[in-house]
Design a protein around this ligand. Sequence first.
Ligand code: ARG
Length: 606
Amino acid sequence: SSASDSETQHHESAAAEHGLESVKRKLCRLVASSLSVTVPGLDVEPMLEVSKPGFGDYQCNNALSLFSSLRGTGTNFQNPRSIGQTILNNLPSSDIVESTSVAGPGYVNIVISSDWIAKMIQDMLIYGIKTWAPTMPVNRVIVDFSSPNIAKEMHVGHIRSTIIGDALARMLEFANVEVLRRNHVGDWGTQFGMLIEFLFEQFPNWKEVGNQAIEDLQSFYKASKIKFDDESSGFKAKAKQAVVRLQQGEDRYRAAWEKICQISHNEFDSVYKRLGVELEEKGESFYNPYIPPVLEELTNKGLITKSEGAQVISIAGQKSPLIVVKRDGGFNYASTDLAALWYRLNVERAEWIVYVTDVGQKQHFHKFFSAASMAGWLPDQNEKEYPKTTHVGFGLVLGLDGKRFRTRCSEVVRLVDLLDEAKSRCKEELIGRLTENGKIADWTVDELDTTSEAIGLGAVKYADLKNNRLTDYTFSFDKMLSDKGNTAVYLQYAHARICSIIRKANKDIEELKTKASITFVHADERALGLHVIRFQEVVEQACADLLPHYLCDYLYSLSEAFSKFYASCQVVGSPEEASRLLLCHATAVVMRQCFNLLGITPVYKL
Ligand code: ARG
């Protein structure tokens, strides 16, 4: 709507005007300017990190490494500490900094001005959380994620890819990057011969039958595979013929293929809808026409050679080459990925292309990225140059037995079942709790349902996102649905509690934003404020490293900082009520933004 458009525009211009960089970025600039005077001509990167408790707020660590690199160059510095002292002396004055000191062997401790923290928060409340959007060095990114294969059930790997990819896309979108969310579905390949032929046999009137008749595509796939493997049926030969006829574009085969894809598509879509994930499908088949010219280009550049009847690209340091044309003349996963990359770079003009799959595909990505570099499509795999490709790998999902996660009766885990179970467990828990504390009468059936769905799905997503994605993680309903520790359930309760504090105060927050001001009286209050304003640099780092768990860690420590504050500071009815309500509200706003970036629906009442 135009109203919300003008609102965003207003926020964006406000952000630009205020030049809202993260605290860390601002401090880095101060340190950089000090370093350029302290060690002129050396061009050193500022080393800045959050201090351990009790040592200021941030610390600059440049002195030690500078001292060792200056040793033997006739420097006047006697020891690292004297470098630290000089860095401190040369820091430009700024309203961000309250005080500085040198500690230990030369760390420069920086204490942030409390007034400045308060002002940052107040400005955010007035101009919106969007003013805390991180800055990224790119304008357009492709996130290739989820990407299941047609007629095969989405397995746990695809679930991880969907959850992680969506979080990354949300974070980058928040950073004002244009994100093309690509579902690179496996909609091409030899399995289609079998599926099409089976469709013809099972449903002679397949054109007329509704999609729901073959709703369970996975069983359909299994049944056709059994037939395919049964040598006596003569089905295999027919299926192979069907692949050829499909690839030659014969109408009937093409139509059958489309029907199968459509059924699959509908199935995936209902899952995405439930998860709140948006994706644009550009399946492998889409890139088919681009493969021959791309391979021709690579041949002309002398990259493709013949090996044992196949066409391959040799990659330095790799034992086996990248196969781009199979022995039977067919294209494969790699040739499709090369064509897709060409398309993404040249037609879609993406500057950063991010692929979210399990770490098992690391080799594949390494090889085809190297081929692209050899073709001159990408600058040498350098961190800072664009266009750039990144494989965002993730580990396995393990069951409680430490083995690959499976359910009792089937070898794959159906995502829908997982979500249903998470939800129903949450509902039971919630109803039990509300009955116990006599609040059940305040809840409608509908409320109970949407709240359980939000908590349950949020818990599944959070359990996945909170770990470093590279590590395997153990799937446990009991753990993820616990209301203690670093879980989404705990965080939802923490958020709902803040909301209820604000509700109980019964004050007009909108009015407070401009009429009251934030001041810090208690140390825990200031600590919470400082944590709130660190949000921006955390998202920035999570975007740069494509690691959503940074955001989870932050969210959890934010709610801990809040608990500490709330334990030591009275809010409602205290002389500081107005200021503290604003701080509560700011905490809730930041928490909700974190939930949102993680794809979790926040709950306001629990
Ligand atoms: N369909 C593939 C799989 O299930 C994942 C595709 C990932 N994206 C890509 N461009 N290769 O393993």
